[in-house]
Each structure stands twice: as structure tokens, then as C-alpha cells.
Design a protein around this ligand. Structure first.
Ligand SMILES: Cc1cc2nc3c(=O)[nH]c(=O)nc-3n(C[C@H](O)[C@H](O)[C@H](O)COP(=O)(O)OP(=O)(O)OC[C@H]3O[C@@H](n4cnc5c(N)ncnc54)[C@H](O)[C@@H]3O)c2cc1C
Length: 456
């Protein structure tokens, strides 16, 4: 059975109570990007031409400011990320990178358009160090975007990509600042100098926070591996206990970055949804599918080993939509992890609302957390619908993919389901197709929430 044609699943802007906070952070972001342009307009620019010349300089300013602000977007500032969910912010960071390349490239194009003499200063053999820095910055930016876009195509391991991404980003911004300092500083007004010094210092503070201070804080709040248990479908459930601190407070369905067998300074953390409910003992359970270098070694992790947890993050939680008449959780494979966290929390609270869990897997014995979810049917008003791609002989349940027909059979009638919230987590083709089906079944788009396990 084929998936229905679709458009990409995109994270959505927050609605409801998060809107004001979201508007504040978006406003702050726009200020950070636009402030250098405002200051530029109110000061003298290097002489050379008319409007196009000024615009060319403006694009240079804006490009550098946007490059600098990219660091803030991925710095995982919890307060700023909360209204959106960190996945939306990473999505924005990625999307914006293409815009930045355009803005940065327009800078030399417009300057040369207005004043062809600029081309003469581009002769690499005779170019000044500040011009060379400008070339270098643009080249590193381009390399960074191309490598990120083609990472999976060229099979660059995630860790190698991440380190190269950081090095290229620091290089591109550093050279951009050198270029600006060399070309514009001499003619810049004190206010322009102050602004760029401020941006430079903020950037250095963010890098210091991300690479040094936050790892230091994580180091002081270690966790202990309590158990690592085999699950069906080449998966493991790992339970961590806080070691000498009360743990973290989180909403069910959120995720955290976990580091094992490395220090938090090593940039070797992996994101996993918390599959347990928030509890007084502070323990966290993660259900993890074997996929690559890190996840395939989970079986080797011993009890008592040290772990570090950076979190919680994410907006994928039923607690953000407490007024729902019911919840539908639609998971593909290991996408059941965040659903387990939410269902367990609802069970612990004695929630009486009607719930639906659709769990799609290749086969019944490949379904992680199957037994635990089946037990919850007894404590919650939960309809548990396994959907099997390869059902065994005599299987009476749903088979194939999670189609509109399957969903229509198990969701409540149209007038009731409109007030439900639906949570989707699984492979991209599945979430795309299910999202379209849910919309066709009358679920408003702002009641459909998608978590993708592929952030980069
Ligand atoms: C928000 C979120 C929640 C997740 N929750 C779960 C979960 O509950 N259970 C589960 O099994 N998986 C989950 N994942 C996926 C999990 O993070 C990856 O499968 C895991 O990091 C793969 O690591 P690896 O070295 O074994 O595999 P690799 O083969 O090295 O990586 C496979 C792919 O996973 C991604 N990845 C790898 N390392 C990282 C990293 N450090 N940070 C971000 N992405 C990375 C990359 O896209 C990579 O191409 C989640 C991912 C995200 C983004």
C-alpha cells in the first residue's frame, strides 16, 4: 500500500498562551538582525556610490548580524525555546541559512554593480587582508551550508559533521567580523563600533556558555544508569537515576540530550524522548532503537555507569493542550517513546478522557513497549490499535499502513474528534501521510502535533 501524496511536515508556530511569549522572542530576534541596519542608516557609510551601494553595504551588515544570531538559535536557551519547541528553532536555523547565503552574496554583487572599481580590489594576489577575510567568510559559509545539506548524501557521520559545523561557523563569523573591521571600522561612527563590539561580545558569551559553562553545570549534576533492558524491535529501555540531586522537572513527551561514556564537554550527546512519566523519584526512562554507532552499543552499558542529561526540551506534550476532549497518539516504530511518556503520565493522574494509541510496526514482535501499553488499556479509557505491515496468519487487527480509513475506524465521530489533539511521531513519510489524513478527517491543523526524530 502506498502513502498518499503529501507536502513536507513542518513544525508550526505556537498558538494560545504561548503566542505572546513567541512574539516577544521573534521581536527580539528581528531587533538583533535589524539593529545594525538601523545604525547603519543613521551613520556615514564608506563612500562609493548611491542607493545600490548603500543597499550592498546594508546586505553585508544584515548578513553578518544574521550569521551571528544563528549561534543564539542553537544555543538551547530553554526560556527562548519553550514557546516554539526546539525542533521549530532548529528548523528555522536550517531554513535561514539559505537566506543568509543569499544576503551575503548580494553584498559584493550590489557593490560591484554600482561601482565596478570594487572588482579590482578582488584580485586575490593583491587584495588587502580585510578583503581576503570577506572572501574567506563567504566561502566558509557556503561550505557549511553545502556540507549540512548533503551530509547524509556524502555519509558524513553526525559527530564529524557537528564538529566541522561548529568550526566552519566560528571561522565564517570570525572572518566576517575581521572583514567588517578592516573595511568599515575606520570610517565607522562610535555608535557602529559600539554595536559591533556588543554583538561580538554577546557571541563570545554564547560560545562560552554553550561550550564551557553549560557542560560544567551538567558535570555537577550527574546521573547513574540504573538498568538497561532489551525491548522488542531491536530497542532498549535505559533508566537513569539522579545522582545527588533531585533530577529535572519536565512535561510528558519532552526530550533530553543524553551523554554516556563521555564528559559533557565532548559534544557526544544524543537526543531521546523521555518515555517515563514525571515522578517524585526523579528517574528517567528512555526507549531507544538501535540505529548507529551510539545506539548499537547501548547493550554494553552497565548498571551504575555515569550519564549526563541536558533537558528537558521540546513542545511535544499533551500538557501544553490540557483542554483537549481526548488525545490520539499515532506512532510509527520507536515513535511510541514520547507517547509512552504521555500515556503513563495520564494514567498516574487518573485521567478519564478517551484516548487512542495507534502503533504501526512491521510485526507484532517488533513493537517496542507493547506489553506496557497493553497494560495501560486497563487503567485508562484507552483504545490500543496495533497496525502491522506484515501481520501473522489469522490476524484480526489492522494491517498495512496507517491510512485515513484506519484512522476513521478508530477516532471518535466527526463532531467529537474536532476537539481532540493528535500527536504524531514516526518516519517522515508516515507522519506526512497521517497528518494529511487527519486534516481530511476534520482535525484542525493546530491540533495536530508532530515530533520528528531527525533534527539535523
Ligand atoms: C527530539 C528527538 C527525540 C528523539 N527520541 C528518540 C527516542 O526516544 N528513541 C530513539 O530511539 N531515538 C530517538 N531519537 C533519534 C536518536 O537521537 C538517534 O537515533 C540517535 O542519536 C542515533 O545515534 P547513532 O550514533 O546510534 O546513529 P547514527 O547512525 O550515528 O545517526 C543516525 C541519525 O541520527 C541523527 N543523530 C545522530 N546523532 C545525533 C545527535 N547526537 N544529535 C541529534 N541527532 C543525531 C542523525 O540524523 C543521524 O543521521 C530522537 C531524536 C530527536 C531529534
Amino acid at each position: 500500500m502506498a502513502f498518499s501524496p503529501s507536502r513536507p511536515t513542518k513544525p508550526r508556530l505556537p498558538t494560545g498562551s504561548g503566542t505572546a511569549r513567541a512574539a516577544f522572542w521573534i521581536g527580539l530576534y528581528l531587533c538583533a538582525v535589524v539593529a545594525p541596519l538601523g545604525v547603519l542608516l543613521s551613520s556615514t557609510t564608506p563612500a562609493g556610490g548611491g542607493f545600490v551601494w548603500e543597499a550592498g553595504i546594508g546586505f553585508g551588515f544584515a548578513g553578518l548580524a544574521m550569521m551571528a544570531v544563528q549561534f543564539l538559535l542553537t544555543a538551547r536557551f530553554r526560556r527562548a525555546a519553550a514557546p516554539f519547541g526546539i525542533d521549530l528553532i532548529y528548523y528555522f536555523h536550517r531554513f535561514l541559512a539559505y537566506g543568509i547565503v543569499l544576503v551575503v552574496l548580494l553584498h559584493p554583487v550590489l557593490l560591484a554593480w554600482e561601482n565596478p572599481a570594487v572588482l579590482a580590489s578582488c584580485n586575490l594576489r593583491e587584495a588587502s587582508w580585510s578583503m581576503l577575510s570577506g572572501f574567506g567568510s563567504a566561502l566558509l559559509l557556503l561550505a557549511m551550508v553545502l556540507v549540512s545539506a548533503g551530509r547524509k548524501l556524502i555519509r558524513l557521520p553526525y559527530e564529524a559533521w557537528r564538529i566541522s559545523h561548529l568550526a566552519l561557523a566560528i571561522g565564517a563569523v570570525g572572518l566576517g567580523f575581521a572583514h567588517m573591521a578592516g573595511i568599515a571600522h575606520a570610517s565607522a561612527s562610535p555608535i557602529v563600533r559600539t554595536l559591533w563590539t556588543g554583538i561580538g561580545c554577546s557571541l563570545a558569551t554564547v560560545v562560552l556558555w554553550v561550550r564551557f559553562l553549560r557542560p560544567l553545570l551538567l558535570l555537577r549534576r550527574p546521573w547513574r544508569v540504573e538498568s538497561v533492558r532489551r525491548e522488542p524491535g531491536s530497542a532498549w529501555t535505559m533508566t537513569l537515576a539522579p545522582d545527588g540531586h533531585p533530577g529535572i522537572s519536565f512535561q510528558p513527551g519532552q526530550f533530553a540530550w543524553v551523554t554516556l561514556r563521555h564528559s559533557p564537554f565532548a559534544m557526544r550527546e544524543h537526543p531521546f524522548s523521555i518515555a517515563s512519566a514525571p515522578g517524585a523519584d526523579g528517574r528517567l526512562a528512555f526507549t531507544i532503537k538501535e540505529l548507529g554507532d551510539f545506539t548499537r552499543r547501548l547493550g554494553e552499558i552497565g548498571e551504575g555507569e555515569r550519564a549526563y542529561v541536558d533537558g528537558p526540551y521540546g513542545a511535544f506534550s499533551c500538557d501544553r493542550h490540557p483542554d483537549a476532549a481526548g488525545y490520539a497518539f499515532i506512532a510509527g516504530g520507536i515513535g511510541v517513546s514520547p507517547m509512552a511518556g504521555m500515556l503513563r503520565a495520564l494514567a498516574e493522574r487518573g485521567d478519564k478522557r478517551p484516548l487512542l494509541l495507534v502503533s504501526a510496526n512491521a510485526a507484532l514482535d517488533r513493537m517496542p513497549l507493547r506489553e506496557e501499553m497493553a497494560v495501560l488499556v486497563g487503567t485508562l479509557d484507552l483504545r490500543f490499535v496495533p497496525v502491522l505491515e506484515n501481520p501473522p496468519e489469522g490476524w484480526q487487527g489492522e494491517s498495512g499502513y496507517v491510512t485515513e480509513e484506519v484512522l476513521a475506524r478508530h477516532l471518535p465521530p466527526a463532531e467529537e474528534r474536532r476537539d481532540w489533539h493528535c500527536f504524531l511521531c514516526g518516519p517522515l513519510p508516515m507522519t506526512r501521510s497521517v497528518e494529511i489524513s487527519l486534516r481530511r478527517l476534520g482535525i484542525p491543523p493546530d491540533r495536530i502535533h508532530v515530533e520528528l526524530f531527525d533534527m539535523a
